[in-house]
Design a protein around this ligand. Sequence first.
Ligand code: SAM
Length: 252
Amino acid sequence: MQTKVRIARQFSQAAHCYDQLAEVQWQIGVDAVSQVTPTSGMLLDIGSGTGRISALLADKSGQVIGLDLAEGMARFASRTQPNKVGFLVGDADNLPFADNVFDYVFSCMALQWCQPISQAFSEVARVMKPGAKGLLAMMVQGSLQELHRCWQAVGQPAHVNHFLSLETLEQAAKQVGLSWQVQTRLYQTWHTSLRDALHSIKDIGAGVVLNPTRSPLSKAVIQAVERRYFENYQQQGLVPVSYQVAFMEIQK
Ligand SMILES: C[S@@+](CC[C@H](N)C(=O)[O-])C[C@H]1O[C@@H](n2cnc3c(N)ncnc32)[C@H](O)[C@@H]1O
């Protein structure tokens, strides 16, 4: 099945439980919104999910449009945030809008799903009005690093996604004529087992691996990874999942 169809399907299926489970994503979203410059104009929220962050953005702009690849997410958001925001189904890589229409473009924890990132950045730049600003928050290199290292230590490719470096993102932004300023912040969640750690990713719909390998996930491999995970990262009986998040302030 095509990767985007799988991403949309998994997030759609998670829509009803996303807000209860995605606590760290809420914290990241609140931090991202705090960096948004208020505008009286139109704001686009790309990858709006359940719409809880879009609703916060409504207090900082004239009008908000939330757009998400997952129909189930857009439907859930329309039902739970009916007054403040208009929600649409659409793809960040092919935005369903004319050129130069938005005063502000926002996205939080969504653009790491877009490959190559240059396509999504080019679309962001295209729909921004000249002089418009934006805030793009996304996972970057360093995210899920404990899991990557443990899998590597047992000679296996990790069964979680890789994330882009800041250099790659900066280059992509500059290539489409966006000015760029970035800050990063590390967020961590703590878990009682490898299984619990992986479920914290999968249960919110974020379990699709973008470049999957065919290596089998045997019980022996899982046990070896788990042993490493606890030996190297355990604190008070818990192991971390790291989210290295870049907050990119852009301007066209
Ligand atoms: C981790 S959720 C974040 C939701 C919301 N922004 C928040 O912070 O609560 C990621 C969202 O991005 C959406 N998404 C993934 N790829 C996308 C794409 N190419 N275009 C638009 N949305 C996408 C997913 O469907 C999902 O709802």
